[in-house]
Design a protein around this ligand. Structure first.
Ligand SMILES: NC(=O)c1ccc[n+]([C@@H]2O[C@H](COP(=O)([O-])OP(=O)(O)OC[C@H]3O[C@@H](n4cnc5c(N)ncnc54)[C@H](O)[C@@H]3O)[C@@H](O)[C@H]2O)c1
Length: 263
């Protein structure tokens, strides 16, 4: 049977990298994103290249949208073998200055998006009784500490914890679903302009610190390509790796944090 992959945040950056890699592997790919125009364009371009794809406009922070994504996917293909809960946004200010709307937006996409994905897809995957993979996109910022993007760090640490629990419980239940948590460093994507997808009343000013910071822009511009991240994800699924480290140079930060905890 042809493998079916569902990818959220599919229209840009890392999500798009995974879409292109999986399509090149001959998989059927369901593209989910909140941004309609780039989503439709990607679907059109991939189809023109002979790929089997379906785009479903989805706001991952909305449980009904994610349920609809699952319904449309299962109606079209009857199975899902790979789910990438990848959509994410960032916003940066000192943590005490963030508004409730900031917290709701970032946690809504980065954490609730993954929760909704798990709730909509895992029960359906379990009843398939086939080998499946779930790849949750966290970040190296889900494994280390540091100032500058507090809500984002909270969301990504939570995605790591959620993935660990999910993996352990699926092993305990004897299922054939493998979980992976993707923890990249800088990748060249559109994430510094995340506010393009923010619609609440505070969307006009919230992202200024991060998007206006030239050093941050320079680090991103020097980052890894999404295609290379997609290679790491593909290889991790083949070899059963849980923590996907794309930037091994950041492991020292993880070690320092762990040693600090144990002290
Ligand atoms: N770029 C990096 O350096 C980096 C590093 C570590 C982790 N990440 C993580 O990678 C993931 C992908 O981000 P990216 O860097 O490719 O950014 P990106 O902005 O290029 O892509 C994110 C995609 O998510 C979509 N999206 C935003 N809100 C959404 C919502 N509510 N529902 C559905 N889709 C939504 C956007 O439209 C966009 O297409 C995120 O979870 C991010 O936190 C990125």
């Amino acid at each position: 049977m042809k493998q079916v992959a569902v990818i959220t945040g599919a229209a840009s950056g890392i999500g798009r990298g995974m879409v292109e890699r999986f399509a090149a592997e001959g998989m059927t790919v369901v593209l989910a994103d909140i941004e309609e125009a780039p989503l439709a364009k990607l679907e059109q371009d991939l189809r023109a290249n002979g790929a089997n794809v379906l785009a479903v406009r989805t706001d991952v922070s909305n449980a009904e949208d994610v349920e609809n994504l699952a319904v449309q996917t299962y109606n079209a293909y009857g199975a899902v073998h790979i789910l990438c809960n990848n959509a994410g946004v960032v916003c940066s200010r000192p943590i005490w200055e963030h508004t409730i709307a900031d917290w709701e937006w970032v946690l809504g996409v980065n954490l609730w998006g993954v929760i909704h994905g798990i709730r909509a897809f895992v029960p359906r995957m379990l009843s398939q009784e086939t080998e499946c993979h779930i790849v949750n996109t966290a970040s190296i910022l889900g494994l280390v500490r540091g100032p500058g993007a507090g809500i984002y760090m909270v969301s990504k640490h939570a995605v790591v914890a959620l993935s660990e629990t999910l993996a352990d419980e699926l092993v305990q239940s004897g299922s054939q679903i493998q979980v992976h948590v993707l923890c990249p460093g800088w990748v060249r994507t559109g994430i510094l302009d995340s506010s393009r997808n923010r619609t609440d009343s505070e969307s006009h000013h919230h992202n200024r610190n991060i998007t206006d910071n030239r050093d941050v822009r320079a680090e991103m511009d020097a980052g890894m390509s999404p295609a290379e991240v997609a290679d790491h994800v593909y290889n991790a699924m083949q070899s059963g790796i849980f923590y996907i480290h794309t930037h091994p140079e950041h492991k020292a930060g993880v070690q320092a944090r762990m040693e600090d905890i144990l002290k």
